[in-house]
Design a protein around this ligand. Structure first.
Ligand code: PLP
Length: 349
């Protein structure tokens, strides 16, 4: 009854157990400032009466707000049911069966999973040697394959947290004017580098953003910024009414009140500095620009199990010969629990 490839296909999944600290999914779990919580409650109340209607077919109200926020035109935006959906739209719009996408390895899992579902192949560059992204190597690898139609670069990268310098990304984008470059900036609010100008200057660049990593993963809302022609083509494959009314209205309210989230974002950034400093004496910690830190260690399986025994939920990655543990930063008291366990592990309890 089903496509034969589904027999061995594994969709995105993530193990969950009973926890006291949740640090596995890069959510921002800090409490909302009280005034923001009030605003959002108001939005929900006001829109109860609107639930009988379909939302605007292409999320026009949210696009209007984004246009204002960025000083751009509505035609520069497409809204997705999470940026996950936009990743799918990009692959559907740009790739025929047997074309390729290009990603870093490791990188966000959904690029490869989505490509596979659409019978699109996957080419990648291994960055596990020193966890840095070498633009020349990226360019050489892509140059060898005409069938690569979309280049996905998550920066800061998930799961390493490492960000690619602006100039290097510009070089990559300019090397392939006939292919789409997706700058997945899911962790942009935690990063010092701003890539927006690249999306405005280069006709082949798409900047992907989401509300998920700044405290609103539950509304499933992401968006892309790009040249009008690119956006127009993405709309051709977008399902109608893809973002519900409540999510749109919350997103609009967030854009108008983004300053109210600044303290939560700043706290995570300072926790990143603190946690990195404390762990560096015991572990190899990657230089993260995101809301998580990742450690590389041969004993990751044991460390994961040790944390599990303490009811701490983190995410582990097997990447070729290397193993990595990704720890989402949260409330200082929760970070302290993780810190203590990680240090105890190395000290032999
Ligand atoms: C979390 C994440 C996403 C998914 O974002 P949603 O808007 O929740 O779908 C996309 N890209 C990267 C790199 C991520 O880490």
């Amino acid at each position: 009854m089903f496509r034969s490839k589904l027999q061995n296909f594994s969709n995105y999944s993530t193990p969950v157990f009973e926890y006291i600290v949740k640090a596995d999914a890069n959510e921002n779990l800090l409490d909302y400032p009280e005034d923001l919580e009030v605003l959002i409650t108001d939005v929900l109340k006001k829109n109860v009466r609107n639930l009988c209607f379909y939302p605007e077919i292409n999320s026009q109200p949210l696009k209007q707000e984004l246009a204002k926020f960025y000083g751009l035109k509505e035609e520069n935006f497409i809204i997705g049911n999470g940026s996950d959906q936009i990743i799918q739209l990009i692959i559907q719009a740009a790739c025929d069966k047997d074309d390729f996408i290009f990603t870093l390895y490791p990188s966000f899992a959904m690029y490869k999973i989505t490509a596979e579902l659409f019978d699109v192949n996957h080419s990648f560059l291994d960055i596990t040697q020193n966890w840095e992204i070498n633009a020349d190597e990226v360019i050489e690898k892509i140059s060898q394959n005409d069938k690569i139609k979309v280049i996905f670069i998550d920066t800061p990268n998930n799961p390493t947290g490492v960000a690619l310098e602006y100039e290097k990304l510009k070089l990559i984008a300019e090397s392939f004017p006939e292919r789409l470059i997706v700058i997945d900036n899911a962790y942009g609010e935690y990063c010092d580098i701003n890539y927006l100008d690249l999306a405005l200057q280069e006709k082949n660049v798409i900047l992907l953003k989401t509300f998920s990593k700044i405290g609103f993963a539950g509304i499933r809302c992401g968006y892309a910024i790009a040249n009008e022609k690119v956006i127009e083509n993405l709309h051709k494959v977008k399902p109608p009414y893809n973002v519900n009314i409540l999510s749109q209205q919350i997103a609009i309210s967030l854009l108008r009140n983004l300053d109210k989230l600044k303290s939560n974002i700043d706290l995570i950034k300072s926790e990143r500095v603190r946690m990195t400093k404390c762990l560096e004496d015991f572990y190899f910690v990657l230089p993260s620009q995101a809301n998580f830190i990742s450690i590389v260690d041969d004993e990751i399986d044991y460390i994961f199990d040790y944390l599990k025994s303490k009811k701490i939920l983190v995410k582990k990655f097997d990447i070729g010969m290397k193993k990595l543990l990704r720890i989402t930063l949260g409330k200082p008291k929760d970070n302290d629990i993780i810190l203590e366990s990680l240090i105890n592990y190395k000290r032999g309890k």
